[in-house]
Design a binder for this molecule. Structure first.
Ligand SMILES: [Zn+2]
Length: 91
């Protein structure tokens, strides 16, 4: 699988590290709602289809990138730098 890093261009997936689900919304850091923190840390959705993910180009420029990838075909439909992904992306 190739991932196109916004800075380096197309690179083999072995240069990247999966950093997690890009769909989660992090609770307010001051929140004491243990249920919200528990859901943030442990709840995962295992979908078949388009999935938002966070990867890091750990073997290259070390940029964190937001990817939309099909979990059934591995086709990547969107790649953008986390700093450009907008509010709420990858929290
Ligand atoms: Zn890179």
């Amino acid at each position: 699988m190739l991932i196109t890093c916004p800075y380096c261009g197309p690179r083999d997936v072995s240069e990247f590290t999966y950093q997690g689900d890009g769909n989660r919304t992090r609770p307010d850091p001051d929140s004491t709602d243990l249920g919200a923190w528990n859901r943030y840390v442990y709840d995962r959705v295992n979908i078949a289809g388009e999935h938002n993910e966070i990867w890091q180009h750990s073997g290259g420029c070390r940029m964190h990138i937001a990817i939309t990838r099909s979990t059934t075909t591995h086709k990547i439909s969107s790649v953008r730098a986390m700093r450009d992904a907008g509010p709420g992306a990858g929290q």
